[in-house]
Design a protein around this ligand. Structure first.
Ligand code: 5AD
Ligand code: SF4
Length: 452
């Protein structure tokens, strides 16, 4: 009998990639993914705890699952990811309908824990080990699946893929829960990464995004090759792989952004001119409280250098408003930074207290209302700037990698990762490249016509 699983993913791209791995592991023991949670014999929640809200969503879905489990006691519920890591013991105690809880390094054990329950050897499963000696298993054990496959029922070939190059984070930004949930930095061996990317290319993948919490410190904490290789070195090796059309990466801490890496933007053709460089605040005082280890001035200097190497580079950032101790003046400095850099886009958040972090122990917390007002002001101005940035594309020709053609409407992304729409016929396939003359810019996308 076919078994059905439903996987719900919260949070970052690391979690998206982990969910793919979970899907592949489950396929190996006979599960097919379904789109409706109510049709599933197995529900996996791959969770995020970066802000309180993300965590609340998990508890709310677990609440909804309780009646499902009462109706069908054979149904299994697995909680994975950052909430699992952080709350593991509590979850198992307080949520009797949860069968398995696995931490961020233990996703690979889901099949084994499930089968132990099915065979009656155990009632529930709990695996929370998080160690700096952990070795990310070689990719062959969960070889990337590129559809069409029974796992991913889409009939379109997948042309964009994530490749994890490192896990964990050693930075200890005061507000951040990630070092606790993802552990110490561990880099994957260079050869493993190159082989994985090569395999993806051979299956038709055109664009690869290298993933890590702080890719700039790739290779710093453990041996990744016979000769030391840093992130810029890794980028160069991946970029040299025959057949790769586009290369991106995320995420970086500005403090570790080396000249050598910035130079890659000038020298590597396949490296897309799009850089997510989270600044978090425009106030040096707040950056210090956040333990970010760079200043506004050094950030701006790096922005200038990046733009000198690659004038068309689109910069995106993350901002936290209302960190404990943030005054009106500090916030005004964040608004000033926004005017100075004119980011193409940003993700902005209200500060949220996370268990075990240093910031959660600071006394001068900011009122929720003040945080909301600051966030709304920031977002309004960023939206205006984002639109103005998009308008700069009008009258230019951009190269678009086609992602979908449907009812005469084609869409895809340009190198700066902007969504581009254009009239197209079905002879165009995902993964084809077209030149589009941009005629119109909206808040979220560009529109134009294919240039012959
Ligand atoms: N509160 C609000 N935002 C946070 N982020 C990380 N921790 C917190 C927190 N405690 C934001 C940062 C980070 C992004 C992934 O989430 O901006 O870059
Ligand atoms: Fe969320 Fe951070 Fe964990 Fe990603 S690493 S799932 S963003 S808490």
């Amino acid at each position: 009998m076919t078994k059905h699983c439903f996987i719900k993913t919260y949070g970052c791209q690391m979690n998206d990639r982990d969910s793919e791995i979970i899907e592949q592991l489950l396929a190996q023991i006979g599960y097919i993914t379904v789109a409706d949670m109510n049709d599933a014999d197995l529900v996996v929640l791959n969770t995020c705890s970066i802000r309180a809200k993300a965590e609340q969503k998990v508890y709310s879905l677990l609440g909804q699952l309780r009646p499902n489990k009462e109706r069908n006691p054979k149904m299994r519920i697995v909680v994975a990811g950052c909430v699992a890591q952080q709350e593991g013991n509590k979850l198992i105690r307080k949520m009797p309908h949860v069968d398995i809880v696995v931490g961020t390094q233990q996703v690979y054990r889901i099949p084994e824990l499930l089968e132990a329950i099915e065979r009656g050897e155990s009632k529930r499963g709990l695996a929370l080990d998080l160690s700096s000696d952990f070795e990310i298993p070689p990719y062959q054990q969960f070889a990337p699946v590129v559809s069409p496959t029974p796992v991913n029922k889409s009939t379109e070939p997948q042309i964009k893929k994530f490749v994890t190059i490192m896990q964990g984070c050693n930075n200890y930004c005061s507000y951040c829960v990630v070092p606790a949930t993802r552990g110490r930095e561990i880099s994957r061996p260079v050869r493993d990464i190159l082989e994985e990317v090569q395999l993806l290319i051979s299956k038709g993948v055109k664009e690869v995004t290298l993933l890590g919490q702080n890719v700039n410190s790739y290779g710093k904490t453990n041996q990744v090759a016979e000769e030391p290789v840093d992130f810029a070195g890794l980028l160069r090796q991946v970029a040299a792989l025959e057949g790769l059309k586009r290369l991106r990466f995320t995420t970086s801490n500005p403090k570790d952004l080396s000249e050598e890496l910035m130079r890659c933007f000038a020298e590597l053709d396949v490296l897309c001119p799009h850089f997510h460089l989270p600044v978090q605040s425009g106030s040096n005082r707040v950056l210090k409280l956040m333990n970010r280890k760079y200043t506004v001035e050094s950030y701006l200097e790096k922005v200038d250098t990046l733009r000198s190497y690659r004038p068309d580079i689109a910069l995106a950032t993350d901002i936290i408003v209302g960190h404990p101790g943030e005054t009106d003046e500090d916030f005004e400095e964040t608004m000033e930074l926004l005017e100075k850099v004119r980011f193409h886009g940003s993700f902005s958040f209200k500060y949220s207290d996370r268990p075990g972090t240093r910031s959660s122990e600071f006394s001068d917390k900011i009122d929720e209302k003040v945080k909301s007002t600051r966030l709304a002001r920031f977002q309004k101005r960023q939206d205006e700037i984002g639109l103005e940035r998009n308008q700069e594309f009008v009258g230019t020709v951009v190269e678009v990698m086609v992602e979908k053609v449907e009812n005469g409407d084609g869409r895809g992304r340009n190198p700066t990762n902007h969504l581009v729409h254009f009239p197209a016929n079905d002879t165009l396939r995902p993964g084809d490249f077209v030149s589009v003359a941009v005629e119109h810019a909206g808040k979220h996308s560009l529109r134009g016509i294919i240039k012959k």
